[in-house]
Every structure is written in structure tokens, then in C-alpha cells.
Design a protein around this ligand. Structure first.
Ligand code: NAI
Ligand code: BUO
Length: 258
């Protein structure tokens, strides 16, 4: 029997790795992907040791040709594609008055253009296969509500929500579902970096203070873990979500209410 096939970008670590593990347990053959080759090799080896059916591909989501090559790799390896998760993303912590062209270009290239190019590459393959398929992208609470010091990042996560709506409308005729997940505050390398940067920007903060301040806002009283996000992505990748499209769903333990 042909298994279902999923690509998860930026899945060498963090939330992407958690999503990949969950989709493997859901029965998908998995294409791991990352710009960090060493970490990707480690994660691929770890997954293979666990008996998961997995391949990996090194690429940069901000390069359109890399995204099409990633989809080709999935199809060459496993014969088809069913789910594409635009997970890779990067952050910047900068006061609004100091945001410059370099930061804007970097974050928009990766978080916004990267999500669009992944969506285009996946949709082209889904259409070639005769329709169907699911595109699922990482937005954030910052895609619903913009935060101090995270201005550029928040703007890019609003773009993810916007492209999700447009793509869902244009691709519905091919029975392609396009949705996004909006995590809150998860303790990954990304938040380690955000916390360290916030300390640099505000000498009154100690390491851990910014993370503690953000997590204190969570109604359910704990920070997010990759499984919390993977549970939602699993649903969005499954037939149970076939009647949902164009949505950016908050999975934040109760931080932002929309
Ligand atoms: N950690 C959090 O609290 C939240 C994270 N998110 C979003 O979830 C996604 C995953 O975040 P985390 O796992 O926390 O981040 P992370 O920094 O821990 O992991 C991101 C992965 O993406 C890879 N990556 C970075 N740039 C890339 C590029 N150009 N091409 C390919 N791979 C690239 C990195 O090498 C890394 O393995 C991101 O889009 C992030 O914006 C959203 C809300 C909250
Ligand atoms: C990293 C991120 O999206 C936030 C706002 O925590």
C-alpha cells in the first residue's frame, strides 16, 4: 500500500521535529528538511533508529528553486506528496526605530517568501497528481497580534495568515486545503534566542525573565511543547479537517482570543 507522504520544512529540531515525529506515528512517510545539515543528519539518523520511514533534504526555504527541488526529492523517493508543512521560520528582536532593510529582507525572505514558495511547489505537485492535498503553515500568536520588539517577525507571521487565506481561495477548486497553525510560546531554540536578545536590549532583565513574562500570560499555566503543536498539525493533515480551509488556528494555551 502506498503510504501518505509529508514534507516538513525546518524539521531538524524544534516544533518541526515534533511535527515530523507525530506525522510518522500517524502513518506518513516523512521528508525531513532543514538548512542545518549537521542537525538534519542527526535527526534523520535518530528517526531511522526508531524505524521511521524517512528521507532528508537540505535546502533554504527562501530559495524558490530549493522548494521545488524538495518536492521533487519527495516524489522521487516516495512516489507522491500528500501534505506540505511550511514550518521553517526565523525571528528578530529589535526596537521598531532600529529595524533596518537587512532584517526586513532576511525575515520576509524566509518567513513570508519561503512560505509562499513552499505553497507554490506543493500545490504544483498536488495539481499534477489530480488534486487533493494539504498545505499547513506556521504562523504564530504574532500573526494575530503584533508584539513589542518583534515587529518584523510579527509582520511576517501576518503575511503567512494572508497568503493562507488567498491560497485557500485559489486552490479550493483543486480540493487542496490550506491552513495555518499559530503557536504561542514554546521552549525551543527560537525562544532561547528571543530571551537572550531581550536581555541584551533591556539591562533590567535577567536570562529567563522575558520567557517568564510571556509564559505568565498563558491561561493554561504552562509553556507550549512541540506535541501541543503537532496535535493540531496532525488534525490539519488528516481527513477530519477536510471541511476546514483558509484558517489560522491558535494553539497557545490561551493567550490570544480571536
Ligand atoms: N517557538 C515558539 O514559541 C513559536 C514558534 N513559531 C513558529 O514555528 C516555527 C518553528 O519554530 P521553532 O521550532 O521554535 O524554531 P527553531 O529555531 O527552534 O527551529 C527552526 C528550524 O528551522 C530551520 N531553518 C531556519 N531557517 C531556515 C531556512 N531558511 N530554510 C530551511 N530551514 C530553516 C532551523 O535550522 C531550525 O532547525 C517557526 O516558523 C516559528 O516562527 C510560532 C509561534 C511560537
Ligand atoms: C516566537 C513567537 O512566535 C512568539 C510570539 O512567541
Amino acid at each position: 500500500m502506498t503510504e501518505k507522504v509529508a514534507i516538513i520544512t525546518g524539521s531538524a529540531g524544534g516544533l518541526g521535529k515534533g511535527i515530523a515525529e507525530r506525522l510518522t506515528n500517524d502513518g506518513f512517510d516523512i521528508v525531513l528538511h532543514d538548512i542545518n545539515q549537521d542537525l538534519l543528519n542527526e535527526t534523520e539518523a535518530e528517526f531511522k533508529d526508531k524505524g521511521f520511514k524517512v528521507t532528508s533534504f537540505v535546502g533554504d526555504v527562501s530559495k524558490r528553486e530549493d522548494q521545488f527541488a524538495l518536492v521533487k526529492h519527495a516524489v522521487d523517493t516516495f512516489g507522491r506528496l500528500d501534505v506540505f508543512v511550511n514550518n521553517a521560520g526565523v525571528e528578530a528582536v529589535t526596537p521598531l526605530m532600529d529595524i533596518d532593510q537587512k532584517e526586513l529582507s532576511k525575515l520576509f525572505s524566509i518567513n513570508a517568501f519561503g512560505m509562499l514558495f513552499g505553497t507554490q511547489a506543493a500545490a504544483a505537485q498536488f495539481i499534477k497528481q489530480g488534486g487533493g492535498g494539504k498545505i499547513i503553515s506556521a504562523s504564530s500568536i504574532a500573526g494575530h497580534e503584533s508584539y513589542e520588539m518583534l515587529g518584523t517577525y510579527s509582520a511576517t507571521k501576518h503575511v503567512v495568515r494572508s497568503f493562507t487565506q488567498t491560497a485557500s481561495k485559489e486552490l479550493a477548486k483543486y480540493k487542496i486545503n490550506v491552513n495555518a497553525y499559530a503557536p504561542g510560546v514554546a521552549k525551543t531554540k527560537m525562544w532561547d534566542r528571543i530571551d537572550a536578545e531581550m536581555v541584551k536590549q533591556d539591562p533590567s532583565l535577567k536570562p529567563g525573565d522575558a520567557f517568564a513574562k510571556y509564559t505568565a500570560e498563558i491561561s493554561l499555566g504552562r509553556y507550549e511543547v512541540p506535541t501541543d503543536v503537532a496535535n493540531l498539525v496532525s488534525f490539519l493533515a488528516s481527513p477530519d479537517s477536510d471541511y476546514i480551509t483558509g484558517q489560522t488556528i491558535l494553539v497557545d494555551g490561551g493567550m490570544v482570543y480571536r
